[in-house]
Design a protein around this ligand. Sequence first.
Ligand SMILES: *[C@@H]1O[C@H](CO)[C@@H](O)[C@H](O)[C@H]1NC(C)=O
Ligand SMILES: *[C@@H]1O[C@H](CO)[C@@H](O)[C@H](O)[C@H]1NC(C)=O
Ligand SMILES: *[C@@H]1O[C@H](CO)[C@@H](O)[C@H](O)[C@H]1NC(C)=O
Length: 370
Amino acid sequence: MKFCYLIIICLYPTLSLGTGKAQGTTTGKWWGVASSQQKSNLVVNRAGVPVVVDQTPLNKKQRKLIRLHPGSLSAITNSVGMSKTECKWQFKERRWNCPTNKNDRGGRNLFGNILESGCRETAFIYAITASAVAHSVARSCSEGSIETCNCDYEKRGKGGKGWEWGGCSDNADFGSNFSRKFVDAGEKGRDLRYYMNKHNNAAGRRIVTDNMRRECKCHGMSGSCQVKTCWMRLPTFREVGDILKERFDGASQIAQTNNGHNRGTRRKKRIKHFESADPQHKHPTASDLVYFEESPDFCELNKKVGSLGTRGRQCNNTSIGIDGCDLLCCERGYRSEIEQVTERCSCTFHWCCQVKCETCVTQRTVHTCL
Ligand SMILES: *[C@@H]1O[C@H](CO)[C@@H](O)[C@H](O)[C@H]1NC(C)=O
Ligand SMILES: *[C@@H]1O[C@H](CO)[C@@H](O)[C@H](O)[C@H]1NC(C)=O
Ligand SMILES: *[C@@H]1O[C@H](CO)[C@@H](O)[C@H](O)[C@H]1NC(C)=O
């Protein structure tokens, strides 16, 4: 008994690291693979003593999957970067502009404390990271960098009028299956947040598989296109991001009563479909992003809820949209400054092969939120 107590006391400082809520530390941990190669997973606790949080951001199931599919780890690592870049691009004009942490807690806290809440932004992060794994793995299959998969050669023979299947189709099915096994393996619990995460992961993957497109090449004398071969190509990740952003804007708020876990009983009820928070709205479909908590307004700095605030952000003084100074600066006002921009200009081409330019200094006005 005494021994037990000792262990509990020793473990306590590790368990209470971070935000104190279990969610943020158990879910989405695999994002840490992107930085785990560069940095040990040591962090300093409140008493100033370095402690090992976890040897790896991956759990047993995830590690097994990676061993089973040599080459997949680098596709996963790559997908984390893709998600980060795309998220920032899609939200660059909004109050929440997808801020990320560098190597914080071994990278598992990549998207910060916003994930503590079951809000829209969290829904987007789950969907984009799950879709990025599917996309990146599928692409790696056709590039031959994962040992256990290949191009998708399922489609063969005559395709349609004047064309045949041929060449290397991206293996979206493999990528999507891999993402389901790998990403969803990181989700624990049976609460509403668990179902929300899994739903949004799946919605993200669907965008990859549903938006494959046919690409063709003409053969025959001088490109006469007598014979055409075609294959299926993944959508670009920008397209995936654009669609997900639309889904973000039209995301469905689900009722908190959807909780599939009956407290105090061991029975686990699976959620077939979510009930909308507003009974006037229809049930969200498999493609919709779902959330159940309202987002903060992101106007002021509040790290606890993952808001950096908008002070110091550049805004557009003539736009009435969300990038306009009124909305972006939350009516606090803005400062206008003239900035000198040095550019290369009046470039001329000199035979052969030099381009000579002059240096021009232009001015532009930059508006910054107060
Ligand atoms: C993906 O999973 C589905 C359903 O489990 C299965 O039918 C299909 O064969 C899998 N595809 C690949 C390429 O692994
Ligand atoms: C500012 O917003 C206006 C109106 O939406 C737009 O035409 C203009 O291109 C924007 N300026 C910049 C610098 O983005
Ligand atoms: C917006 O800023 C420009 C300078 O960039 C200025 O000429 C213009 O008057 C401003 N418009 C408004 C509506 O404040």
